[in-house]
Design a protein around this ligand. Structure first.
Ligand code: ZN
Length: 522
C-alpha cells in the first residue's frame, strides 16, 4: 500500500496564533455564536445525509450531472462554508480549485454502493486516496469515524494538498468505484480539522472520534479552541471604488470558468452554452453580458484547448500523418465498407487497385512533380471523388480555387495537399505555362491580397495535386487543340481512366485508417 502510514496519536491542535487565517483574539466565553450555529447546522446536514436520497441528489449536482430536480432539491440544502456562515450551496463552486476539503462518506442503504460500515478508517481513507491519481495525494489529512444515532457509521476526512485542485473528476472516479462521497470546501485545513474535533449543539462529546487517524508527521495542533469562539473575519471596509469592484467581480463567472466548462462539457456553440446556463446564475449573467461575443469566446477556448494538437499537426510531414492515420481503427463495419466499395469501383472499371495505391502513395510521399500528381478521369458517378475523400480526413488541404475571383489560390499556402474536384482548365485561374510549372514542382507566383502580403506570394511548397475531371486537360488555341502543350500537361499527371458509372451508388463514408493502410500496402 503506498498510502503514507499514520500515527494514531492525536497531535495537539496548534496555537491560535499559528492558524493560517488571522482571526484576532478569541473570546473565552462559551456561548452560542453565528459560527456555532453554523457548525450545528452543518452537523445536522451530515446526519441528514445519512438518508441516501439526500446524498444522491447532492452528488448528482456535484458531479456536474445536475438536473432540474437536483437543482430544486439543492436549493433547500445548506452547507458549512468554512467562513463560519451557512451558505446556500452554489453550483458555481464546482469550478473552484481548493487545497482543503472535508470529505464525507455517509451511510447508504443502496446495495450498489459501498457502505462505510464495511470498512475501517484506514481502509476507507486508502480507498479514497487510491482514486486521487493523477491528482497528487493530500499531504496532510485527518480521518475520523462518527456514529449516528441510527447506529450507522460515516467517515470524515479533512485533507490538505500542496496545490489546489477541483474535486469533480475525483468525485466521478470515486463513484465509479462505488464510493459516494461529498466534498465540502473549507477556507483552511485547520478549520476542517477543528470542525471534526469540535463539540457542537448537535454533536456531543460522545460522537467525537477520540482517536483520529493522522497523516505521518502531522504537525502538532496544540491549544484547540472552539470554532464557535473564533470570531468571523471582519469584512474589509470598501474604501475605494476599485476595491469594491474587485470584490464584486470575485464572484463573477469569468473567461477562465468558461474555458473549464467548454473543456469539461465539450461545448462548441453559443446555443449549447445558453442551454446549460440555467444551472448557474453567474453563467446566466455572463451570457447576458457577453451575448454578442459568446461564440467568439467559445471558439477561443476551443483553439486554446486544441493548440497543442494543432501545433503538432502543423510540424508533421505528410508521411508522418499517413503513418499516424495507419494506426486509426476502421470507422465502418467489418470488413471496411470503404475498401469494399473502392475495390468494386476498380473491378467494374478493370483497373488494378495496385495502380491507384502506388499513384496515391507516391504523390503523398514525394509531392508535386512530373507524373506524380494524380488525375482521376471519367464520366460522372464512377466514384472518382469518393476515392479522394479520405485524403481530406488525414491532411490539411486546399480545394477548388474559384476562377473569376481576384485571388483564387489565397488559401493554398501552408496546406498539405491540393484537391481539384471536377477540374477543367480556365485561363482566369492560372496561365497555362504557370500551371505546367506548378504541376512540375517549380516555384510559382500566386496573386495575393495586398493587405496581407507585400507582393505576390512565391509558392514553393511541394504539396501534391489530386484532381478529378471528365477528361484530359487540353490546350485550345484559336479553336484548335495545341497537341504539343496538351502532351506536356499529360506528362505531369498520373492519369487513371475510369469508364463505367456506378448504377445506384451506395453512400459510403470515407475511412481514414483503412485508406491509409490500403495505399501504404502499395
Ligand atoms: Zn474502414
Amino acid at each position: 500500500m503506498d498510502v503514507p502510514s499514520s500515527s494514531d496519536s492525536a497531535p495537539e491542535l496548534a496555537p491560535i496564533s499559528k492558524r493560517p487565517r488571522g482571526a484576532g483574539s478569541a473570546s473565552p466565553a462559551v456561548r452560542p455564536s453565528p459560527r456555532g450555529a453554523a457548525i450545528a447546522a452543518a452537523e445536522k446536514y451530515v446526519h441528514a445525509a445519512d438518508s441516501d436520497d439526500e446524498v444522491i441528489r447532492f452528488h448528482g449536482r456535484d458531479a456536474g450531472t445536475s438536473s432540474d430536480s437536483s437543482e430544486a432539491s439543492a436549493e433547500s440544502h445548506c452547507s458549512y462554508d468554512g467562513m463560519g456562515g451557512l451558505s446556500k450551496r452554489q453550483p458555481a463552486r464546482t469550478t473552484a480549485h481548493r487545497r482543503s476539503y472535508l470529505i464525507t462518506w455517509p451511510h447508504t442503504d443502496d446495495a450498489t454502493k459501498k457502505k462505510p460500515d464495511d470498512y475501517t478508517k484506514e481502509q476507507a481513507r486508502n480507498m479514497i486516496f487510491q482514486c486521487y491519481t493523477p491528482i497528487p495525494r493530500p499531504t496532510l489529512h485527518c480521518t475520523v469515524a462518527e456514529r449516528h444515532q441510527s447506529g450507522h457509521g460515516h467517515f470524515h476526512i479533512a485533507v490538505n494538498s500542496t496545490d489546489p485542485y477541483r474535486h469533480l473528476d475525483l468525485t466521478a472516479r470515486l463513484r465509479a468505484s462505488g464510493i459516494y462521497v461529498r466534498f465540502d470546501e473549507f477556507n483552511s485545513y485547520f478549520e476542517a480539522v477543528r470542525y471534526l474535533q469540535e463539540e457542537s449543539e448537535s454533536k456531543d462529546a460522545t460522537t467525537i472520534d477520540p482517536s483520529p487517524l493522522w497523516s505521518t508527521g502531522h504537525p502538532a495542533m496544540r491549544g484547540l479552541r472552539r470554532i464557535s469562539d473564533v470570531p468571523r473575519p471582519r469584512a474589509e471596509p470598501e474604501c475605494d471604488e476599485e476595491g469594491a469592484k474587485k470584490k464584486r467581480d470575485a464572484g463573477k463567472f469569468t473567461e477562465g470558468d468558461l474555458y473549464d466548462l467548454v473543456c469539461e462539457k465539450g461545448m462548441k456553440t453559443a446555443l449549447e452554452l445558453k442551454a446549460h446556463a440555467h444551472v448557474d446564475r453567474r453563467l446566466v449573467l455572463f451570457c447576458v453580458r457577453k451575448n454578442d461575443r459568446l461564440q467568439a469566446l467559445i471558439d477561443a477556448c476551443l483553439e486554446i484547448a486544441y493548440a497543442r494538437d494543432a501545433l503538432r499537426q502543423s510540424t508533421m510531414t505528410r508521411a508522418e500523418k499517413l503513418d499516424d492515420a495507419c494506426k486509426l481503427v476502421c470507422t465502418c463495419a467489418t470488413p471496411c465498407g470503404w475498401i469494399a466499395a473502392a475495390d468494386e469501383i476498380f473491378a467494374s472499371n478493370d483497373i488494378d487497385p495496385a495502380v491507384y495505391k502506388s499513384a496515391m502513395l507516391a504523390a503523398v510521399l514525394h509531392g508535386r512533380g512530373k507524373g506524380r500528381n494524380v488525375f482521376l478521369v471519367g464520366p460522372g458517378n464512377c466514384g472518382k471523388t469518393f476515392l479522394l475523400k479520405p485524403l481530406r480526413l488525414i491532411f490539411s488541404h486546399f480545394s477548388n480555387p474559384v476562377a473569376g475571383g481576384s485571388y483564387p489560390f489565397v488559401g493554398m499556402p501552408g496546406k498539405d495537399l491540393v484537391i481539384l474536384n471536377d477540374f477543367r482548365y480556365d485561363v482566369r485561374l492560372m496561365k497555362w505555362s504557370d500551371m505546367l510549372s506548378w504541376l512540375e514542382g517549380e516555384p510559382v507566383r500566386l496573386p495575393m491580397p495586398k493587405n496581407f502580403f507585400n507582393s505576390d506570394f512565391e509558392y514553393t511548397s511541394d504539396a501534391p495535386i489530386f484532381g478529378t475531371g471528365k477528361g484530359r486537360l487540353v490546350k485550345v488555341d484559336g479553336g484548335h487543340v495545341d497537341w504539343m502543350e496538351t502532351h506536356m500537361m499529360d506528362l505531369r499527371w498520373w492519369v487513371i481512366q475510369f469508364r463505367n458509372a456506378i448504377m445506384n451508388p451506395v453512400e459510403r463514408p470515407p475511412c481514414a485508417g483503412c485508406f491509409a493502410r490500403y495505399i501504404r500496402s502499395a
